[in-house]
Design a protein around this ligand. Structure first.
Ligand code: SAM
Length: 256
């Protein structure tokens, strides 16, 4: 997958050299190209922002500089990228959206600073390429770079060859299929007892069927406890519904 990022802080993306992302880049699975927006600003101060029309606090990023940068980046290929503009007012970024993006060959991210990018840029590019304005949550960051890092990491770990064990992505919280609207339950490793806390006995039993059912029950329990609104959207089996009824009747879920 090719990923282009245009930003006034390309150095913000140093974490993409590390861990899974770094390895994916080394293996050629992820081709990340960082661009300094100020290279398209031609005044002596490399200015990328100006005061907002209508007054008010803060500055707005100038459309002609973004336009020149985007035009140059997308001119290199015949196909067009899917363009993603992070903004608190965008479509919520979810695991389903990460999967959608993981199927794209080319993503172009346009993280803003200040009060954002002049809205005409999104109108202009929204007419000739697929453009999404995307929010990573209901809070306001100082800039879009951290949001882009979050999205790249969530998308890239879904690409074939990035995770050591591809099955772990299908077992994750929110993974499409059985886990779509569920949180993953608790996980344990050795030793079997740590500071008087025992690993649940079922996990030591070697009984795969019972372990799978226990894990499913724990996912249901945790979701009911922490994100009950997700359960309403879930596609649940009769056994799942029975488990939920039990937790509800017992006054469960208890704290993890
Ligand atoms: N005035 C804007 C508003 O209220 O919607 C916030 C601007 S914010 C200070 C600067 C930039 O950070 C945004 O343009 C966007 O690129 C990024 N940003 C901030 N919060 C974000 C979020 N929750 N999701 C995605 N991007 C965000």
């Amino acid at each position: 997958m090719r990923i282009d990022v245009i930003s006034i802080f390309p150095e913000y993306f140093a974490p993409l050299d590390v861990s899974l992302m770094g390895k994916a880049r080394d293996k050629g699975i992820l081709d990340v190209r960082l661009h300094q927006l100020r290279e398209w600003a031609h005044d002596v101060h490399k200015t990328v922002d100006d005061t907002p029309y209508g007054g008010g606090p803060g500055m707005v990023m100038k459309p002609e500089i973004w336009g020149a940068a985007i035009d140059d980046v997308i001119a290199s290929e015949e196909a067009l990228p899917r363009m993603i503009v992070p903004t608190p007012s965008g479509r919520p970024f979810t695991q389903a959206v990460a999967l959608e993006y993981a199927a794209e060959p080319w993503l172009l991210f346009a993280p803003a600073r200040y009060e954002g990018i002049d809205s005409r840029v999104m109108i202009e590019y929204g007419t000739h390429l697929r453009l999404d304005e995307v929010s990573i949550g209901d809070y306001v960051l100082a800039g879009g770079e951290a949001a882009v890092l979050v999205m790249i990491e969530a998308v890239a770990r879904l690409l074939p060859g990035v995770l050591g064990n591809a099955v772990s992505a299908t077992d994750d919280s929110f993974a499409p299929g059985a886990m779509e609207n569920l949180l993953e339950g608790p996980v344990f490793t050795k030793p079997p007892v740590w500071r008087d806390h025992e690993v649940p006995e079922i996990l030591l039993s070697g009984h795969h069927g019972k372990i799978a059912r226990w894990r499913r029950d724990q996912a249901l329990r945790r979701t009911l406890q922490k994100r009950p609104e997700l359960i309403e959207r879930g596609d649940l089996s009769a056994a799942d519904l029975k488990t939920l009824d039990t937790f509800r009747a017992d006054g469960d879920p208890v704290a993890d």
